[in-house]
Design a protein around this ligand. Structure first.
Ligand SMILES: NC(=O)c1ccc[n+]([C@@H]2O[C@H](COP(=O)([O-])OP(=O)(O)OC[C@H]3O[C@@H](n4cnc5c(N)ncnc54)[C@H](OP(=O)(O)O)[C@@H]3O)[C@@H](O)[C@H]2O)c1
Length: 267
C-alpha cells in the first residue's frame, strides 16, 4: 500500500496538479473539492478518491475526514484551498472579509485540527498549507488576503512545537505567481476610483509578474519535496519570483522592503 495524501481545493490549479503528481508517483490521493460532480479527470485515475469538501463548512470537514480515515492511514494533509480578495478595506463588505478569513485561515485550522488525533494514533504525519509570498511580504490593496496568509505562516510555526512532540511535521509552501485561475475566477475584486492611483500600477505589476508565473507542476514538485524530505523545516518558498522577493526582504529588512515595494508601485 502506497502512502496517502488528502488535498483541499483539488478541483483546479495547484491542488489538481499536486493530486496528479502524487498519483503518478504511486500515492493514494484523496482529492477534495466543493463540487465533485463537476470533476471529470481525477475521478478516472487509479488510487484517487474524490470527496466533497467546502472548507468553510465544519460539518463537511468532519464528514470528509471521517470518510478518509475509514479508507486507511492518511500520511499527508495538504491545505491548499484558497482564493484572493482584493480591494481597499473601506470598500469591502463584512461578508467578503468573513468569507476570506473562513476559507484561507479557519478552513486550514479546522481541517488540521480534525486530523491531529489520527496522526497521533498512527504514529505521525505531515501537514502542509499553501500560503503565498503574500504571507511573507505585502502589496497594496490585498490587506485581508495578507492577513490570512501571514496568519497561516505564524500559526504553522506556532503549531510546530505541539505537533513536534508527536512526530508530526507542519510546513508551508509559499509560492509567487502560479499560472492558474487565481487571478481569474478565484479573485474577489472590488475597485473604486479613490484608489486608482494604487490599483492601476499594481495591476500592471501583477500582469508583468504573472507573465513569469511558475507552472503548477513546478510548485507541486516543491509540495512533494516538503511532504517527503522528513526535514524539520517550516517554510518552502516556491518559485524564482517568490525567492527573489523574499531574499531581498531578508537582505534589506522589512521596513526597507515595504518602502521599496511602495516605490515600485507609486514611483
Ligand atoms: N496562483 C497564484 O498566483 C498563487 C500565488 C500564491 C499563492 N496561491 C495560493 O495557491 C492556492 C491554490 O490556488 P490556485 O492558484 O491553484 O488557484 P485556483 O486554480 O483558482 O484554485 C483554487 C482552488 O481553491 C478552491 N476553493 C476555493 N474556495 C474553497 C472552499 N471554500 N472550499 C474548498 N475549496 C475551495 C477552488 O475550488 P472551486 O473549483 O470549487 O472554486 C480551487 O480548487 C490558494 O491557497 C492561493 O491562495 C496562488
Amino acid at each position: 500500500m502506497g502512502k496517502t495524501i488528502f488535498i483541499t481545493g483539488a478541483s483546479a490549479g495547484l491542488g489538481k496538479a499536486t493530486a496528479i503528481l502524487f498519483q503518478s508517483r504511486g500515492w493514494n490521493v484523496i482529492a477534495t473539492m466543493r463540487n465533485p460532480e463537476k470533476e471529470s479527470q481525477l475521478d478516472k485515475l487509479e488510487n484517487v478518491t474524490v470527496l466533497r469538501l467546502d472548507v468553510t463548512d465544519p460539518s463537511q470537514i468532519a464528514s470528509a475526514v471521517e470518510q478518509s480515515i475509514a479508507l486507511g492511514k492518511v500520511d499527508v494533509v495538504f491545505n491548499n484551498a484558497g482564493y484572493g480578495l482584493m480591494g481597499a478595506l473601506e470598500t469591502l463588505t463584512d461578508e467578503q472579509v468573513v468569507r476570506q478569513v473562513n476559507t484561507n485561515l479557519l478552513g486550514v485550522i479546522r481541517v488540521t485540527q480534525a486530523f491531529i488525533q489520527h496522526f497521533r494514533q498512527s504514529g505521525g504525519g505531515v501537514f502542509l498549507s499553501t500560503t503565498s509570498m503574500g504571507g511573507l511580504l505585502t502589496f497594496p490593496m490585498h490587506s485581508i488576503y495578507h492577513a490570512t496568509k501571514f496568519a497561516v505562516e505564524g500559526w504553522s510555526e506556532g503549531m510546530s512545537f505541539e505537533l513536534g512532540i508527536h512526530n508530526i511535521l507542519i510546513k508551508t509552501i509559499a509560492p509567487g505567481g502560479i499560472s492558474t485561475e487565481f487571478l481569474g475566477r478565484s479573485l474577489d475584486r472590488t475597485r473604486t476610483e479613490d484608489y486608482r492611483k494604487l490599483e492601476d500600477p499594481l495591476f500592471a505589476l501583477m500582469d508583468k509578474m504573472m507573465d513569469a508565473a511558475a507552472a503548477p507542476l513546478e510548485i507541486a514538485k516543491i509540495v512533494y519535496e516538503a511532504a517527503t524530505d522528513g526535514k524539520d523545516q517550516i517554510r518552502y518558498v516556491a518559485g524564482a519570483d517568490a525567492n527573489a522577493m523574499y531574499n531581498r526582504r531578508l537582505e534589506i529588512g522589512s521596513e526597507e522592503s515595504r518602502k521599496e515595494i511602495r516605490k515600485m508601485i507609486l514611483g
